[in-house]
Design a protein around this ligand. Structure first.
Ligand SMILES: [Zn+2]
Length: 206
């Protein structure tokens, strides 16, 4: 999993995304604030603090007084069984949460969820970043759909909203494309009673 983290935090990529996110918030009159520490930890199990369901990743933020620390918790029971592409996209998704959460701490004015911000304002940049870390290209139609479906996959609770539907239709994404990601990239994990213990990004904390 370390390799997934290393590819996703490639400094040039991180700076590009960070600047983009800062610009998004600056447009709303919110400044970037001080630097923060970003820490990655692997844990045996990771649960959403909103739904208590097992998730691949979760991001938390702590104000330590002298500085802010953002922790990306990665699930070492579920993630290693997934495709490396899925791992990288998961890390990237959590990095977006980290930066958005940090920007959100400086104001009470943000009413949108992090996932709404990703879907609305950061979607194309997220797609570009996925291309950069996975080597997938828009030149091939099936890759173009895969990149898009991977970007949408973690935003599952927004499915059915007008913008989510529009993104799907822009790239001719069908529900089958999401099922393909579950089958081929996420490789859904079941417990002994055959219950899904992880449906990944779609269960990510909003
Ligand atoms: Zn998320």
């Amino acid at each position: 999993m370390l390799s997934a983290v290393n590819s996703a935090i490639n400094p040039s990529l991180l700076n590009k995304l960070t600047n983009k996110i800062i610009n998004v918030f600056a447009a709303e009159g919110i400044n970037g604030g001080e630097p923060f520490d970003l820490v990655f930890v692997e844990e045996d199990h990771v649960y959403s603090s909103e739904t208590n369901k097992e998730v691949h990743g979760r991001t938390s933020i702590e104000n330590l007084g002298v500085k802010v620390q953002i922790t990306v918790h990665l699930n070492s029971s579920t993630l290693p069984g997934t495709d490396p592409i899925f791992q990288k996209v998961t890390v990237l998704h959590e990095l977006l949460h980290a930066r958005i959460q940090y920007s959100s701490t400086s104001t009470n004015n943000i009413s949108s969820s992090s996932h709404s911000i990703i879907l609305d304002k950061l979607f194309n940049d997220f797609r570009d970043a996925i291309k950069e870390i996975t080597g997938l290209s828009d030149n091939d139609n099936s890759s173009r759909k895969l990149i898009t479906a991977l970007a949408l996959f973690g935003l599952g609770e927004l499915k059915g909203t007008p913008l989510f539907t529009a993104r799907m239709s822009d790239y001719e994404i069908t529900d089958q494309n999401f099922r393909d990601i579950e089958d081929l990239y996420e490789k859904v994990v079941y417990d002994n009673s055959n219950n899904i213990i992880s449906i990944g990004g779609s269960n990510c904390q909003p």
